[in-house]
Design a protein around this ligand. Sequence first.
Ligand code: FAD
Length: 480
Amino acid sequence: MQKTDVVVIGAGAVGCAIARELSKYCVDVIVVDKNEDVGGDASKSNSAIIHTGYDATPGSLESQLVVAANPMYEQLAKDLDVPFKKVGAILPAMTDEQFEKLPEIKEKAFKNHVYDVEFKTGKELLEMEPNLNPQVKGGLVIPRESIIDPFILVQAYAENAYANGVKFMLNTKVTDIKTENGAIKSVVTTNGEIQTRYVINSAALYCDEIAAMVGKADYKVVARKGEFYILDKNTSCKVDHIVLPIPTKVTKGKLMCPTIHGNMLVGPTAEEQESKIDKSTTYNGLESIATDVRNLVPNVNLKDTITQYSGLRPNRNPEGLHFDMYDDLKGYVNLSGVRSTGLTLSVAMGKYVVQQIIMHGEKLKLKENFIPTRKGIVKFSEQSREEQERLIKENPLYGNVVCRCETITEGEIMDAIHRPLGAKSVDGVKRRVRAGMGRCQGGFCGPKVIEILSRELKVDPKEITKHNQGSNMVVGKTRD
Ligand SMILES: Cc1cc2nc3c(=O)[nH]c(=O)nc-3n(C[C@H](O)[C@H](O)[C@H](O)COP(=O)(O)OP(=O)(O)OC[C@H]3O[C@@H](n4cnc5c(N)ncnc54)[C@H](O)[C@@H]3O)c2cc1C
């Protein structure tokens, strides 16, 4: 049986941020995830916005964590080499009724300690964002709302945690947790049992099932689906800011914003569903996005869609973000209700969890040799001509462009595969270097990526999956 100090369940943004924070201390940590790659579930299908917390419930734990997290991103993005941009959000009022709600929203922002929200006139907003509905009556600007690469953020947390000694067990599902004398004893997984003193439940959509293993499931988690369109980088109508509607109680609403790589993101919906695995997009969902977003940006060109996707928010019932440790179950940390702001608050949650563990009496000793930074994969297309020539001279594989839409070279794909916690699937490559994320969505480079994965991992192409087990893409030869 393996032995560790802490098992973190879930390699999404939250689990990996906690693991990275723990890796600053002299403790053994294992992150366990049922998926074949780090990156989580919700963490790879969201709006990729780093929120300020202006619209959180004042005084809530979510408000506390999001407001604390936002200012950390500038430095975090530098340290971990994560694409991040402070583009700012605008919240335009299109009707008199919406206009009258603005002071209330600004007051809420103030109560959440987000003081830099400002009123703007309709004219000022149209100068900032010319594609906005010309009927705009005025609105609010929230300057620190930002965009990030959510895939790279989680990979970066994980790679840095790994560099600092954290172990990862992927393709490994937690099936039970054993306790003894009111304390955690071990975690049972599909790849064996792990003896541990602490379990951190950051299993998001499945955190209720994990909590039930230790008799602490006093809540249920229901999936709340959010569907999106991604538009081509060359779409005819773009925005520079995150254009948000006036929020409702259920959702922040359907928005339009640039992605960190220059596409336009349009969505999401917010529909509860029974299934925790159905991530299909629907006609009704996509139509409702089109109707709502056209109110904000009338010329949004949905014919320029290159793909659609959906993500499942883990909606806790009863609602709210909860952090729990228990007097009658030593070593168990339960996180639940990490729903619509989990990407943002992940960095603060890492610090919060570790501080709480310390405050509950655990003596954690800081490591002397913690490595605070991580270097990402070189983006060939963004280098100067001289640097590109130098890279090709050093490694001729940088001279072979595999993904023509995004100009991704074989050298970058090799790095994605061979770095620690490297890609093992086609989506793993896509989420690390963007091969297959462009206009043709992998129509051209998909087979080449399978070929490279097969060659480098020394397995038959039939073994290569799109993402998790069972998603094999090649079934056999059409001719010898
Ligand atoms: C539509 C949508 C839009 C969003 N927009 C934003 C946004 O703009 N900004 C923002 O900050 N947040 C946003 N969020 C929220 C954010 O994406 C999530 O809160 C965040 O990614 C949560 O990460 P996580 O680690 O808690 O969960 P996840 O990423 O879901 O990770 C949980 C992990 O636990 C693993 N797991 C579960 N059960 C087991 C088990 N039994 N054994 C082993 N592993 C297990 C899963 O495989 C998974 O990898 C959005 C979410 C959605 C769905």
